[in-house]
Design a protein around this ligand. Structure first.
Ligand code: EPS
Length: 355
């Protein structure tokens, strides 16, 4: 059975929810490790004041007993503490009493770059809030929780996933500059995966290609506009002799231009992927837009937001890559009990004599 992930939740609704299916039974989860990843996602230079309101923690409602998975759907919840300020505005049922708190007034000033305009057009909403709430990167909190579970599964077969920002110091300088100019910035993050044996993914169909799957997972994260595997766009400018990684007699490589993936299959080298994040669309000095209520030219919505969330993206991208690799590994090694999964991995690496 493959791993499945379904999620729900609005940024200022009561909670974010994820249901993870297909986990083997007996996998040991560490609440502290999941909460530590949630904390890492909240940190970072240039984050919104929202992060001072929230202390994200995972709650488990099903699928776990005394810290071990039951082989049944795992239900994860991350509550939105800020919901207390939106109880009328984001009430799931028609609210009682006088309108109060945030989210009472309809938003009609779409921000260029956000879900606001395409979202209201597509779904027929009058209030931009109905589009932006689900589109918000707040949703990535519960995806990080699921990614943390995926890392626990990968850990049983010695695979480790680590996300970082590229050019941290330059990023901080750009955040300071942007904040002073009431602007925002994006950036680049990198995820590296160690311990992956050759043979995850396949060239059999495009859906099976590990590089395609990782690109899909990363492009599915809010604000990501580009993905590259290994040397990515740079290989287009190289000669073939400089772009490929020669094979030694022990089947290892001295270089890793391919980023650990050839023909959609892991080749045993470190997997290296990068994602480029656009500058966030909520600007304190807003761009030109239209007031959807009047049809007149207007300035876009200004509301509390981040100057940058690149350091958060490093954690979210790590979770997304971990999730996709765990899914690929589960497809290859199977197992209803975690011991079956580990034994199948061991038998496989023995067959290919890989250490
Ligand atoms: C986010 C929470 C949000 C934003 C951000 C991501 O909180 P709020 O909107 O209440 O300030 O900080 O969302 C966006 C950048 C966006 O464009 O939607 C989080 O927890 O990551």
């Amino acid at each position: 059975m493959t791993l499945t992930l379904a999620s729900a939740g609005e940024s200022h609704g009561p909670a974010l929810v994820a249901i993870v299916g297909g986990l083997p039974a007996g996998l040991l989860l560490d609440r502290e490790a999941i909460d530590a990843d949630l904390r890492r996602r909240q940190e970072g230079y240039g984050r919104s004041p929202r992060q001072q309101i929230e202390t994200d923690r995972v709650e488990v409602l099903a699928g776990l007993r005394h810290g071990r998975t039951l082989g049944t759907p795992l239900a994860l919840v991350v509550r939105n503490v800020d919901h207390k300020n939106w109880t009328w505005g984001m009430a799931p049922w028609p609210p009682e009493g006088e309108p109060a708190g945030k989210g009472v007034k309809a938003v009609t000033l779409p921000r260029p770059g956000h879900a606001d305009l395409p979202g209201v057009l597509k779904y027929g909403h009058d209030d931009v809030r109905n589009a932006l709430e689900r589109a918000s990167a707040r949703h990535t909190a519960v995806q990080v929780a699921a990614g943390s579970v995926a890392k626990a599964l990968l850990g049983t077969i010695g695979i480790e996933v680590h996300g970082t920002t590229v050019d941290e110091e330059g990023l901080r300088r750009r955040v300071d500059e942007a904040r002073a100019a009431r602007d925002t910035v994006g950036g680049i993050v990198e995820v590296r995966v160690t311990g992956v044996p050759p043979g995850l993914g396949s060239y059999a169909s495009k859906e099976d290609r590990l590089d395609a799957r990782l690109a899909f997972a990363l492009m599915g994260i809010q604000a990501v506009k580009g993905v590259e595997i290994g040397d990515g766009f740079a290989v287009a400018g190289l000669f073939g002799s400089a772009a490929h990684d020669e094979i030694r007699v022990d089947r290892r490589r001295d270089t890793n231009h391919a980023g650990g993936i050839e023909a959609g299959i892991s080749n045993g080298e470190e997997i290296v992927v990068r994602a480029a994040m656009k500058p966030l669309p909520t600007l304190m000095k807003p761009l030109g837009s239209v007031d959807l209520a009047t049809g007149e030219a207007a300035q876009a919505l200004v509301e509390r937001s981040d100057v940058a969330a690149v350091e958060a993206l490093a954690v979210v991208a790590e979770a997304a890559v971990a999730w996709e690799l765990a899914r690929t590994a589960k497809e290859k090694f199977g197992g209803d009990a975690v011991g079956d999964f580990v034994a199948a991995h061991r038998a496989y690496v023995e067959r290919i004599a890989w250490s």
